[in-house]
Design a protein around this ligand. Structure first.
Ligand SMILES: Nc1ncnc2c1ncn2[C@@H]1O[C@H](COP(=O)(O)OP(=O)(O)OP(=O)(O)O)[C@@H](O)[C@H]1O
Ligand SMILES: [Zn+2]
Length: 302
């Protein structure tokens, strides 16, 4: 396990990641960000011909949509809510007094209407449903967001605030499973271009509790989730750097997403973990991008 800690220490020493004193919450250097920007341009090149509609949401979402999504049923342990001080002057005085005494001042904070986005695609489904039926070709969207998950760790690849680039397809079952397969093939090709060895395997989400075990088994048995894995700090447990999810008609039904003929839409999403991909590149090719193989630099920076 201390391969993780030592890689994290090297990232801090090189300045690529900046320690904030909280596990999984890091500043990033210009060099780190350049790699993410370059990799996103590579994603753009692979996806361009498909004509996805680009949409960017901030890293917080409407609490009502979050509640309706069912996230708290499946992943209560990962969610992060935004709370604020909503009191009067008297409340403010007791707040300051409590802080001064080192007490728990957060208990009086009230929930706002914003929840931190857990995955880039969560705000999309209710947004698209509100527009009415999809067109004849269904829908294809290009998203990117910071996402929050409460999973503190000294593994630099497991962060609490990280960026996810996603494509989401809405259409018939065939449309969305074809889309997912296309991106599995593209994912392998893209990673080969930047000199990373990958494998693709069936996977499951970290559903909470005993009932969650069954959900996870079901997800695996039905091949609903695949991950593209790259060894970063462990070859025995390579890290998921992309995931490919087929939701069947679950989100279509939940949000009322309808195809042009009125049938319930199927959906699939493909996610790139941008920090994980950057970390895989630094781990494989070294912490100085100037020393990376020419072929890799060419693929990223032309
Ligand atoms: N804590 C995290 N830190 C950095 N990147 C992450 C984190 N969690 C997920 N990702 C990235 O976002 C992508 C899409 O998220 P997804 O929900 O499919 O991940 P996940 O299956 O929960 O990941 P894991 O199994 O490693 O917890 C993942 O493939 C991964 O690259
Ligand atoms: Zn998604």
């Amino acid at each position: 396990m201390d391969m993780q800690r030592s890689f994290l220490d090297r990232l801090f020493e090189s300045g690529l990641l900046i320690d904030t004193g909280v596990e999984g919450l890091y500043g990033r250097s210009g060099a780190f960000e350049d790699v993410i920007a370059a990799f996103e341009r590579l994603i753009d090149r692979y996806g361009k011909a498909d004509g996805a509609e680009a949409i960017r949401f901030p890293p917080g979402m409407n609490r009502a949509f979050f509640e309706a999504s069912g996230y708290m049923k499946s992943f209560p342990q990962l969610a992060g809510t935004v709370h604020s001080f909503c009191g009067c002057e008297l409340d403010h005085m007791s707040l300051l007094k409590c802080m001064e005494e080192g007490g728990d001042w957060t208990g009086e904070q009230k929930a706002t209407n914003i929840v931190l986005t857990p995955a880039a695609c969560y705000p999309l489904y209710p947004t698209i449903a509100k527009r009415g039926r999809l067109g004849d070709q269904g829908g294809l969207y290009d998203l990117q967001s910071y996402c929050f998950r409460h999973e503190p760790s000294n593994d630099p690849a497991r962060q609490q605030l990280f960026r996810m680039r996603e494509y989401v397809r809405m259409g018939t079952a065939a449309d969305v499973t074809d889309f997912r397969q296309t991106w599995m093939d593209r994912g392998v090709k893209m990673m080969a271009e930047v000199g990373l060895d990958v494998e693709i395997d069936v996977a499951n989400d970290p559903f909470f509790g005993r009932a969650g075990k069954m959900l996870a088994n079901n997800q695996r048995d039905q091949n609903l989730k695949f991950e593209l894995l790259i060894p970063i700090t462990s070859t025995a447990n390579p890290t998921a750097c992309m995931s490919f999810n087929y939701h069947q008609d679950a989100f279509g039904t939940k949000w009322g997403l309808a195809l042009a003929d009125g049938a319930v839409a199927h959906t699939a999403c493909v996610g790139f973990g941008l920090e994980r991909i950057a970390l895989a590149l630094f781990h494989h090719h070294g912490l100085d991008v100037n020393e990376w193989p020419a072929k890799v630099r060419e693929a990223l920076w032309g």
